[in-house]
Design a protein. Structure first.
Length: 119
């Protein structure tokens, strides 16, 4: 199964914020935090189409997501803050109170038939 190493940037997004106001069980919030945005060329290398399920893993954990083509540089990915990104971050905050979320080394691979995904 193909896999790719990327740098993940996690941050707040407009859809995540408006979805959060509707509730953490709202479809809008779950979709926002359960989507990984990637460069179209990276999706093609992995053989993935829009909405395909992927597994994202780090040294700290793993999560599932649906992928989406976006204006993101090749070799990078973006996800909105939420439970899935929390699974990928370490606990070290470097006295900031917030775990590092701006350059997380991740491995992305297509989800196998029975694997679950976020969102």
């Amino acid at each position: 199964m193909p896999e790719m190493h990327l740098l993940l940037i996690a941050a707040r997004s407009l859809k995540q914020g408006t979805g959060l106001n509707r509730g953490k069980d709202s479809e809008e919030y779950l979709e926002a935090v359960g989507t990984v945005e990637m460069n179209a060329a990276d999706l093609a290398i992995l053989g993935l189409g829009e909405g395909a399920a992927v597994v994202i893993s780090t040294a700290f954990g793993r999560t599932g997501a649906r992928c989406k083509s976006a204006n993101v540089p090749a070799g990078m990915a973006f996800m909105a803050y939420g439970p899935p990104t929390s699974e990928l971050m370490g606990s070290e905050t470097y006295a900031s109170g917030m775990p590092d979320s701006k350059h997380i080394e991740v491995t992305v691979r297509p989800a196998a038939g029975g694997e679950s995904h976020a969102g």
